[in-house]
Every structure is written in structure tokens, then in C-alpha cells.
Design a protein around this ligand. Structure first.
Ligand SMILES: C[C@](O)(CO)[C@H](O)COP(=O)(O)OP(=O)(O)OC[C@H]1O[C@@H](n2ccc(N)nc2=O)[C@H](O)[C@@H]1O
Ligand SMILES: Nc1ncnc2c1ncn2[C@@H]1O[C@H](COP(=O)(O)OP(=O)(O)OP(=O)(O)O)[C@@H](O)[C@H]1O
Length: 283
């Protein structure tokens, strides 16, 4: 995986196993309760250290200008915060659909921060990196922390969780859902009762964005219906992806084989430690 000045690291996807909206702050941000679990389906990021201080993305994504890419923003943030003189050449192998609720952009940013902290020998703690990462996006700290998590507040109050690690089948509808659009929808319910971790573990796992997303996006409705023929289908985050859990790998494979004639679909194992933490051998 690594020699002295190159790192090749995974940036795994997450699923929101449930998403409750329990209030709204004065600044318009919503108070949430959500559960994150990682899956072993990943973008891959190569970081090549440069000694001249230049930060460069070799292969910008077609829809994201180089200076707005979250990996480039992460590198610039870490360089500014630490005052380090190194630079980096970044290459992204993009496998995660964008705007799908799988958190690919946030995960890429977390992988860049953790990887560069090693490559540039900046020695920040996970806690320091989580605080820095929050400037890049609400979900970035969860990817830096690398553990299945119960999250509250606007997503920044984190409690690690140990969960079963089933196989997940994920279906990718051909539409992008705007998170801001869903959170500003007039008919989103914003005053739901908070629950406890025990309630979640006992099966209270609804996603309060689901009714709004289903109403606005027929593709998501159809995806829920398609996957729902095999197991209970849920929405991750604000969508667009939908997923279902399977205890047996063979059942997940059978669902994929049947669905892939009509849908973009993949399956991956749920993980309580992210592929990034496993690759970096973090304790
Ligand atoms: C809801 C989740 O998908 C759960 O994983 C994420 O927390 C959303 O994270 P994200 O896509 O990085 O979203 P952000 O870029 O932070 O926010 C997009 C927009 O969603 C709305 N937003 C987001 C998070 C939140 N707790 N309350 C909100 O009202 C805000 O209007 C914000 O402008
Ligand atoms: N490296 C990157 N990969 C993906 N998106 C990026 C990246 N850098 C910046 N972005 C921007 O971030 C936006 C959100 O992308 P992302 O794939 O994380 O969405 P998402 O899966 O819906 O995330 P979430 O579940 O956190 O809402 C993209 O539409 C894009 O404009």
C-alpha cells in the first residue's frame, strides 16, 4: 500500500441506517438523529508527496472544478493549519455515485486529511482532524473517526456503536437528490420525537426524509419498490440511493443478479471500522 512518499488509500461509502429530524435551529440547520455504518465500497485516493508546496489534482471530476474538490480543499486546509511546506499530487478513482447519499465527497476529504497527516508527518490527533474536517462538511468527522456512529445535534455529537455487519445491496437510481432541497421542503416533518439508541436497536429505524424524497423523485419510488421485492428497502441520507440488509451473502448476490438487468446495483459488506482505518492500521 505505501512506500515513503506515496499512499494509496480507500475512501469508503457510508449508509444512514436511519435518519430522524427532531428540530430546527435558528440558523435553519436541522437537528438530527442518525446512524452511520460504513460499507466496503470505496473511492480510491493516491497521494504523492511533493517537496515544492504545490497541491494538484491530476484528474479533476468532470462536474467539480479542481479548486472546489473536497480533497484539494482538505489538503489546503491542513497545509494552512500546520504551516507545512510540502505539497501533494492527488489522484481520485471515483467509484461512488455523487449526490447519492453515500457520502463520497466527505469520505474523499477524510481520506485526504488522514493520508496527508501521515505523508506530511504533521502528527495531528484524530480529534484535531475531526475539528478541521467539520469545516469541509457535516459528515467528514464521521469518516475521520472511522467507526459506526450514532450522531445527534446537526450531526456533530458522535457516539460509537457496535452493530451487526450484514451484506448490503445498494441500488443507484438515475437521479441526483439535492440535500438542501429536501431540507427546505415545506412538508418535511421537523418536530419528531427523539429516540434512544436502545429504541434504534429495537427496530425504530425510519428515515423522515423518505416521504418528501419519494414524492419528488419517481426514480427513488421505483427503486424502493424494486429492491423491496427482496428485503426491507430504505433510503440513505436524503437519497438518492436505496439499500437493504441481508444476513447471507448468497441472498444478497441473488438479489443483485435479479436487479442488475434493470438497475445500477452493487453489494458490499457493512463494517463497524472503516476500510480507511483498517488500511492505516489505526487502533
Ligand atoms: C443529512 C446527511 O445526509 C446525513 O448523512 C448529511 O448530514 C448531509 O450532509 P451534507 O450533504 O454534507 O450536507 P451539507 O452540505 O452540510 O448541507 C446541505 C444543506 O442541507 C441542509 N442541512 C444539512 C444538514 C443539517 N443538519 N440540516 C440542514 O438543514 C442545509 O440547508 C445545507 O445547506
Ligand atoms: N471529491 C469529491 N467527490 C464527490 N463530490 C465532491 C467532491 N468534491 C466536491 N464534491 C461536491 O460535493 C457534492 C456532494 O457529493 P457527495 O458524493 O458527497 O454527495 P452525497 O453522497 O449525497 O453526500 P451526503 O450523503 O453527505 O449528502 C457533489 O455534488 C460535488 O459538487
Amino acid at each position: 500500500m505505501m512506500d515513503s512518499d506515496v499512499l494509496h488509500l480507500p475512501a469508503p461509502a457510508k449508509l444512514n441506517l436511519m435518519l430522524r429530524i427532531v428540530g430546527r435551529r435558528k440558523d435553519g440547520y436541522h437537528l438530527l438523529q442518525t446512524v452511520f455504518q460504513f460499507i466496503d465500497h470505496c473511492d480510491w485516493i493516491t497521494l504523492r508527496r511533493r517537496s515544492d508546496g504545490v497541491i494538484r489534482l491530476v484528474n479533476p471530476l468532470p462536474t467539480v472544478p479542481e479548486d472546489q474538490d473536497l480533497t484539494v480543499r482538505a489538503a489546503k486546509l491542513l497545509r494552512k493549519f500546520t504551516g507545512i511546506g510540502y505539497g501533494v499530487e492527488i489522484e481520485i478513482e471515483k467509484n461512488l455515485p455523487m449526490g447519492g447519499g453515500l457520502g463520497g465527497g466527505s469520505s474523499d476529504a477524510a481520506t485526504a486529511l488522514l493520508g496527508l497527516n501521515v505523508l506530511w508527518r504533521t502528527g495531528l490527533s484524530l480529534q484535531d482532524l475531526m475539528v478541521l474536517g467539520l469545516q469541509l462538511g457535516a459528515d467528514v468527522p464521521v469518516f475521520i473517526n472511522g467507526r459506526s456512529t450514532w450522531a445527534e445535534g446537526v450531526g456533530e455529537v458522535l457516539t460509537p456503536l457496535d452493530l451487526p455487519e450484514p451484506w448490503f445491496v445498494v441500488l443507484v437510481p438515475g437521479c441526483h437528490v439535492s440535500t438542501a432541497q429536501i431540507f427546505s421542503a415545506p412538508n418535511l416533518t421537523r418536530n419528531n420525537k427523539p429516540i434512544t439508541i436502545s429504541d434504534f436497536l429495537a427496530g425504530q429505524q425510519e428515515n423522515h426524509c423518505l416521504p418528501v424524497v419519494s414524492e419528488l423523485y419517481p426514480e427513488v419510488r421505483a427503486a424502493l419498490c424494486g429492491l423491496g421485492r427482496f428485503a426491507h428497502a430504505k433510503l440513505t441520507g436524503t437519497g438518492a440511493c436505496v439499500f437493504a440488509a441481508f444476513a447471507e451473502e448468497a441472498d444478497a448476490r441473488a438479489a443483485v443478479a435479479a436487479l442488475e438487468r434493470e438497475w445500477l446495483v452493487f453489494f458490499a459488506r457493512g463494517r463497524n471500522r472503516s476500510a480507511l482505518h483498517r488500511a492505516l492500521k489505526l487502533a
